[in-house]
Design a protein around this ligand. Structure first.
Ligand SMILES: Cc1cc2nc3c(=O)[nH]c(=O)nc-3n(C[C@H](O)[C@H](O)[C@H](O)COP(=O)(O)OP(=O)(O)OC[C@H]3O[C@@H](n4cnc5c(N)ncnc54)[C@H](O)[C@@H]3O)c2cc1C
Length: 265
């Protein structure tokens, strides 16, 4: 760590709206032509990676797996202050579930060694599983801490963090390299500067296709996925209920009669 930290931040490009359609053939989101943004939780991961660089020196590499249009999310991350950007893109990777996504990310990150810290957002606004971070750590064979709301510091290759639990705050420490998933409480993401946007416009975006990632194409994308999104639908609103503002005994009797009437009992 003498020459600073090697930080990797994983971001996902997500639809800017919840009005999304699912492709009935593949069970995956139709993303083409949909206005897309950096997954909101990942802006906190980007901000925290830049703050670590400012405090300990080093370099921030931002990585995303997605269609060619995801390049814009990487440029937005560079405009915020990331140094290098890697786009993992290939039709073979399309339709991936969290297992296949985290495996693809791990194969890429293995090629970016050495690294000290991998930062992820808590979850995405589309898949919303929160699974990719911990799965990625398992594929990389490194420890992970989720729901991190504060980084206390790094000393002799050991990082100390806190995270919020239902009944308090937990302080944890771990040797580096380490993967963290961060919450929205950890910081306030900075806005990209004009200088940052100009830099981002000219920045080189490294592309990793199957050729660079390696491995058997069957391990990735839809064919490498254990889960399929069969249907996405907005649940119908619950049928209207009836409020009984009467003595509990009377209410119990009324409910009993209702249940008999509708043949539940
Ligand atoms: C509506 C819907 C439901 C889905 N349900 C499931 C499901 O139940 N199980 C399943 O396995 N898959 C599911 N998927 C597919 C899943 O969205 C993809 O596998 C996705 O790439 C990762 O999962 P996630 O969006 O839940 O991300 P999360 O696991 O919530 O993401 C956590 C963090 O991981 C990082 N990350 C996630 N995706 C990428 C990426 N592509 N590139 C770089 N970093 C990334 C980011 O830092 C992000 O903040 C679903 C997709 C949709 C659209």
């Amino acid at each position: 760590m003498s020459e600073g930290l090697n930080i990797i931040v994983c971001i996902k490009q997500v639809p800017a709206t919840t009005e999304v359609e699912i492709d009935p053939e593949t069970g995956t989101l139709k993303r083409e032509g949909i206005e897309s943004v950096i997954n909101p939780f990942d802006e906190y991961a980007i901000e925290e990676s830049i703050r670590l660089k400012e405090k300990y020196g080093g370099i921030v590499k931002v990585v995303t797996m997605g269609p060619p249009m995801a390049e814009q999310a990487l440029r937005d991350a560079i405009a915020m202050g990331c140094d290098q950007a890697i786009l993992i893109t290939d039709r073979v990777f399309a339709g991936a579930d969290t297992w296949a996504t985290s495996l693809t990310l791990a194969r890429c990150i293995d090629k970016l060694k050495p690294y000290d810290i991998v930062l992820c957002g808590l979850k995405t606004t589309d898949g919303d599983t929160g699974q990719t971070g911990p799965e990625l750590a398992e594929h990389l064979g490194i420890p992970h801490i989720c729901y991190v709301n504060r980084i206390l510091g790094i000393d002799n290759g050991v990082m100390r963090v806190t995270r919020a639990l239902d009944d308090g705050v937990e302080t944890l420490e771990s040797n580096l390299p380490l993967l963290l998933t961060v919450t929205k409480e950890i910081n306030h993401p900075r806005l990209a500067t004009l200088k940052g946007r100009l830099l981002a416009k000219r920045a080189e975006i490294k592309k990793f296709t199957l050729k660079e990632i390696g491995g058997d194409p069957k391990e990735y994308g839809l064919s490498g996925s254990f889960t399929r999104v069969i249907k996405v639908f907005t649940p119908s609103p619950p049928v209207s209920g009836e409020v009984m503002e009467v003595d509990p005994e009377i209410a119990a009797q009324k409910i009993f009669e209702k249940l008999v009437e509708i043949k539940v009992i």
